[in-house]
Design a protein around this ligand. Structure first.
Ligand code: AMP
Ligand code: GLY
Length: 445
């Protein structure tokens, strides 16, 4: 079958690369793609903010299946457009995509269906927002309702910080209409985990667990970004935790969606905080994570094309996914200035030397090709991803690979995976003391 992937980042490079390997795929296309993706697939020049253009591209290349990477086309209704035309696509409808498109919609959905999440209030004016601050302890969390490319969430430690954020979002409108209405919520403590599933609304296929690193600097310091790296290791969520997430979070989410007439289909990403009271949902994303997709596909042993075809043909429940027990680590290499305004147009060298190490794949995010030279063209430039027999080996390999790559002003975190090593260290200690052990369980399913 011919497949079309929509998007141009590291996630889409990972999806395209994995689909290229599939026994079922003939021609693989990506729109708009990037120079890394162009090595796996034919890239198409399409304005992906317009659902009708995505549909026209799928028809042009006879795509039997289209996979949407980013949230914007989903929120814009591309799946509804494909449904009308009778074409197969992976993703939720416009109505269901509101789970990511509107934080207020998501929080009210969770409240209505009893899904564990932080206590919150919705505010629609600056004055009511200021008053609402009194109902929370500090730190508290302020979230813009609409899509804000990772800039819409602020954790305010003090009242003055909170008031400044309210002023920025509601009066100065730094996020445009996305910040007109807000959620103010309780700050949860614990470790974060990304739990991503593929679902047809009933059957659920969980992917191997991952952990993102949102802050720009080591040890989770500095402002939040779209994600500076992620790793996948079975120790992130043990078998018991996974079972609890499936039962207390995933199942009621899908049942709630069905009750509300949303018929959820596609990837569904649960951003979780593992609190002392159990897992709670920080956010839903209606797509794969970026950079989580990169280590996930490195570990997936099953044919990705077959997996997606099983979903659209209603056979997902019978599909058994196989995962490599080896952990994978993705280190994002970013431009100087990111997550603020990045410096662009710098020459990139060493990606081939990095991949020559073996067990390494360099996924492109913000790159372009000009006069036979690879150049930076975004904040997040590359996702250097490695798989290894254990987490330490995967980290070592990923960092060896970043050492081969050069571009002016590049920066990256040096501790992607370090939380996993600490977690495994704690588990070993408990074991040697004879206490209860953490059972990593099988990856994913
Ligand atoms: P979100 O886009 O809602 O996932 O928020 C982005 C990041 O902000 C999350 O990955 C967390 O690190 C942090 N965050 C969001 N909500 C909360 C919360 N209620 N308590 C603590 N941290 C939060
Ligand atoms: N890595 C977080 C996200 O994809 O939203």
């Amino acid at each position: 079958m011919n497949v079309l992937v929509i998007g141009s980042g590291g996630r889409e490079h990972a999806l395209t690369w994995k689909l290229r390997e599939s026994q079922l795929t003939e021609d693989v296309y990506c729109a708009p793609g990037n120079p890394g993706i162009a090595q796996e697939a034919e890239c198409l020049d399409v304005d992906i903010s317009r659902p009708e253009e995505i549909l026209a591209a799928a028809q042009r290349v006879h795509a039997e299946l289209t996979v949407i990477g980013p949230e914007a086309p989903l929120v814009a209704g591309v799946v509804d457009e494909f449904a009308k035309a009778g074409l197969k696509i992976i993703g939720p409808s416009k109505a269901a995509a509101q789970l990511e498109g509107s934080k207020i919609f998501a929080k009210e959905f969770m409240q209505r269906h009893g899904i564990p999440t932080a206590g919150f209030t919705v505010v629609e004016s600056f004055e009511s927002a200021r008053q609402a601050l009194g109902g929370f302890d500090f730190p508290l969390v302020i979230k813009a309702d609409g899509l804000a490319a990772g800039k819409g969430v602020v954790i305010a430690k003090r009242r003055d910080e909170a008031e400044k954020t309210l002023d920025d979002f509601m009066r100065r409108k730094v996020l445009g209409s996305a910040g007109e209405r807000l959620v103010i919520e309780e700050c949860l403590r614990g470790e974060e985990a990304s739990f991503i599933v593929l679902t047809d609304g009933r059957a659920v296929l969980p992917f191997a667990p991952t952990q993102d690193h949102k802050a720009v600097f080591d040890n989770d310091q500095g402002p939040n970004t779209g994600g500076m790296g992620a790793y996948s290791d079975d120790s992130i969520l043990n078998a018991q935790q996974r079972e609890m997430i499936l039962r207390c979070i995933v199942a009621p989410t899908l049942a709630g969606a069905e009750t509300d007439g949303l018929a959820y289909r596609g990837f569904l990403y649960f951003g979780l905080m593992m609190t002392e009271e159990g897992p709670k949902v920080l956010e839903y994303n209606v797509r794969m994570g970026d950079p989580e997709a990169q280590p996930i596909v490195m570990r997936l042993r099953s044919d990705f094309g077959e997996l997606l075809r099983a979903l659209v043909e209603g056979r997902l429940g019978a599909f058994e996914a196989h995962w490599s027990p080896s952990p994978a680590v993705c280190v994002v290499m970013a431009s100087r200035g990111y997550p603020g305004k990045p410096e662009l147009g710098k020459a990139i060298t060493g990606t081939e030397a990095a991949e020559a190490l073996g067990g390494v794949k360099v996924f492109h995010a913000g790159t372009r090709f000009e006069n036979l030279q690879l150049l930076t063209t975004g904040g997040r430039v590359l996702g250097v991803t490695a798989i290894g027999e254990d987490l330490e080996a995967a980290m070592e390999r990923a960092y060896q690979a970043t050492g081969k790559i050069q571009f002016e002003g590049m920066h990256f975190r040096h501790d992607i995976g370090a939380k996993g090593l600490r977690r495994r260290g704690r588990a070993r200690k408990r074991e040697s003391r004879g206490g209860p052990t953490v059972n990593p369980g099988p990856g994913g399913a």
